[in-house]
Design a protein around this ligand. Structure first.
Ligand code: HEM
Length: 236
């Protein structure tokens, strides 16, 4: 039997998810910009490094809370396995699975960063590229799973996150990567292509009608949901 109404856990899932996305966006943008190269006496390398490290680790803390509260909430019957094994769950399996995939990638990046001295620079760097993949995957999870994407604040938050990462890619390509033309073109094409995909997909997808059903909400839960959220906190 699904829980009768919104629980405190559900509010916590949504808020910790939003904070985790912002922190992940910040950490990703710092990584893309590679600000270490531009360090000055006023912005020394260790400050840039520590900002990147702290925002990444804090994102992991909020993600742990996000996952824990979504399990404890009980409404969507999400298990610990769903948090680690992508596409295994019954609640919006594809979109929740993207969250699990993004989380798995971040766990791999975090572990290899902690063991960097042992595994060496090349191994660490190879895995660290996965961090870039985790951001768009997490964003798609946000759009596909979240209850709030039709709310102006969440939509704007997501748009600002996209603008920050795409802006960072543009800045890096224009000012910081003179030696590698192929990578610059690839990065630009990926960022541009992803933005265009979002523009084309969102109106008929998560912002369109009946997304709760189309995204794979089990029919037993659909009766408890509303096709649009309202500020009183009904589930969509
Ligand atoms: C990098 C990984 C992840 C990030 C950045 C992230 C972030 C977010 C964000 C921003 C939302 C939208 C919240 C809203 O609409 O107010 C969301 C929704 C959700 N996430 Fe995640 N998430 C991640 C991984 C996971 C994982 C692994 C799980 C599995 C347990 C999960 C469970 C959920 C659930 C159940 C919702 C829907 C909450 C609702 O009803 O609005 N997320 N996530």
């Amino acid at each position: 039997m699904a829980a009768a109404g919104p629980t405190a856990y559900w509010y916590l899932t949504r808020s910790t998810g939003a904070v985790a996305l912002v922190l992940l966006t910040f950490a990703t943008a710092l990584g893309v910009l590679d600000l270490r190269r531009w360090s000055t006496p006023r912005l020394p390398r260790f400050v840039v490094d520590s900002l990147h490290r702290s925002s990444s680790l804090l994102a992991m803390v909020f993600l742990a809370l996000h996952i824990l509260t979504s399990i404890l909430d009980g409404f969507a019957r999400i298990s610990l396995i769903d948090a680690f094994v992508p596409f295994a769950g019954s609640y919006r399996p594809f979109w929740l699975g993207l969250g699990a995939l993004a989380f798995d990638l971040l766990v791999a990046v975090t572990i290899t960063s902690l063991l960097r001295q042992r595994i060496g620079y090349q191994g660490w760097r190879a895995v660290h590229w996965l961090a870039y993949a985790s951001w768009p995957i997490a964003l798609l999870h946000t759009f596909g799973t979240g209850s709030d994407i039709k709310q102006a604040w969440m939509l704007w938050l997501s748009v600002v996150c996209v603008a920050i990462v795409v802006g960072a890619v543009l800045a890096r390509v224009l000012f910081g990567w003179p030696e590698n033309r192929r990578r610059r073109v690839g990065a630009l094409a990926t960022a541009g292509g992803f933005s265009l995909f979002l523009l084309a997909w969102l109106p008929g997808g998560p912002l369109g009608s009946d997304w709760a059903r189309r995204s794979g909400t089990p029919s037993s839960l659909l009766a408890h949901t509303h096709s649009a959220t309202n500020s009183s906190g009904s589930r969509r």
